[in-house]
Design a protein around this ligand. Structure first.
Ligand code: HSE
Length: 437
């Protein structure tokens, strides 16, 4: 059988990783797919890997439209990033009857509902394994491997750059900005690294994961998103003293009232496997009613790990080329006309435990005032840690861990605590997840 011709958009880190993996393992990949897979044309403004492209016989153009309109091309791989031209090119490829493979999490999170609807009408596939957690085959695991489960919750470290920064801060006491610069140099960070450190990239990925886990439409705009820029070395140290690690988590949880969708730093018990996922590695913990908890771990960013996921999608698409569209795995795991209209909970209604750091004047009655406010709002304390006072300022840090509390109650407690004359700085709060059940 003749090889399948593939067009590629984008030859940056992931584009070059894909070219390298596909060329190096071409024979094995053909044995898996049932026929050869060849990138015949690629469009890029900057080509990071010209020698590999030449060795692979890829024609290079600057014009992405030449790729999506090429009559020889059966599958378009979109690795250009962004949501403007990328959306236009993907929709054009679909309109031309081509299948699409993309690593673009922002594109899927923001425009996936539209893209999947067009693909469904046209009878083509859109595969997006590489959009979430780099090389970890998490979409396949949730969409197919866990298809028998009623999924209860999932928690993931799904931004490698953020995890790298938190790990280096904890282990080596390095400064935030310096570690971020290194992540950029290593090609882990997004073009705009605020997407990494403010949680936007993780929110894109969480949007996609929640949809395939719960069978709900993609709803990026409803994800609560908080970054890691306010995490200090002191908080990292206190968390360690209390037996926890601070991780930047994406959490999606089914509750009787709706779905929680949230990205924020969280303390997690140091003994959990997820707490020991360090550096640029990603991991996703998923709890289903039948299987219990399962954990998926691997490289969340980088050229070849992400290329690995892109090529796996290519193989899947090639294998299904002759399948009736009705018999393919649905884009969001559930049949398109069977998605659930579950409400997404506002943050005030979400229940979690909390780490609170208060800077207080070290004098009698201060703790009593604070615990009275918490008690009046039914907030129960799990642990307290008070540091020695600074003799010059007579101030001390008090760290409190609470039991689970409705976020709305905690907001009220914090505003009352901050109004006390003895509390000298805004209260730091970090959510705490036990990840037990
Ligand atoms: N900037 C992303 C990360 C790349 O650091 O995880 C992979 O999506």
């Amino acid at each position: 059988m003749k090889p399948v011709k593939v067009g590629l958009l984008g030859l940056g880190t992931v584009g070059c990783g894909t070219v390298t993996v596909l060329y190096r393992n071409r024979e094995e990949i053909a044995r898996r797919a049932g026929r050869g897979i060849e990138i015949s044309i690629a469009a890029a403004r900057d080509v990071n890997c010209l020698p590999q492209c030449q060795a692979s016989g890829i024609q290079i153009t600057q014009d992405p439209a030449a790729v999506v309109n090429d009559p020889e091309v059966a599958i378009v791989i979109e690795l250009m990033g962004g949501t403007g031209l990328a959306r236009e090119m993907v929709l054009q490829a679909i309109a031309n009857g081509k299948h699409v493979v993309t690593a673009n999490k922002a594109l899927i999170a923001l425009h996936g509902n539209e893209i999947f609807a067009r693909a469904q009408e046209r009878g083509v596939m859109v595969a997006f394994e590489a959009a979430v957690a780099g090389g970890i085959p998490i979409i396949k695991a949730v969409r197919e491997g866990l298809a028998g489960n009623h999924i209860q919750w999932l928690a993931g470290i799904i931004n490698g750059t953020g995890n790298f920064i938190l790990t280096e801060m904890r282990d080596k006491g390095r400064a935030f900005a310096e570690v971020l610069a290194q992540a950029q140099a290593l090609g882990y960070a997004e073009a705009d690294p605020t997407f990494d450190v403010e949680g936007i990239d993780a929110a894109h990925k969480l949007t996609i994961l929640a949809s395939v886990a719960f069978g709900i439409p993609l709803q990026f705009e409803k994800v609560y998103t908080e970054g890691i820029t306010h995490i200090t070395r002191e908080d990292v140290g206190y968390a360690t003293e209390l037996g926890y690690r601070i991780k930047h988590l994406g959490m999606a949880r089914r509750t009787p009232h709706g779905i929680e969708l949230r990205v924020h730093p969280a303390l997690i018990p140091a003994k959990r496997l997820l707490a020991n996922v360090d550096g640029v590695m990603n991991a996703v913990l998923i709890n289903g009613d039948a299987v219990g908890s399962t954990l998926y771990y691997g490289a969340g960013a980088g050229a070849e790990p992400t290329g690995s996921a892109v090529v796996a999608d290519l193989v899947d698409v090639v294998r299904a080329l002759t399948a009736d569209p009705e018999n393919r795995v649905p884009h969001l795991a559930f049949q398109a006309d069977a998605l659930a209209d579950l409400p997404i909970l506002p943050m005030e209604a979400v229940e979690t435990a909390f780490y609170l750091r208060l800077r207080v004047l070290d004098r009698p009655g201060v703790l009593a005032d604070i615990t009275r406010i918490l008690g009046d709002l039914s907030i129960s304390i799990e642990a307290i840690l008070q540091q020695e006072r600074d003799e010059q300022t007579t101030e001390a840090d008090v760290i409190l861990l609470t039991h689970r509390v409705r976020e709305g109650n905690l907001n009220q407690a914090i505003s009352e605590i901050e109004a006390l004359a003895s509390v000298t700085q805004p209260v730091t709060r970090i959510r705490l997840e036990t990840l037990a059940q």
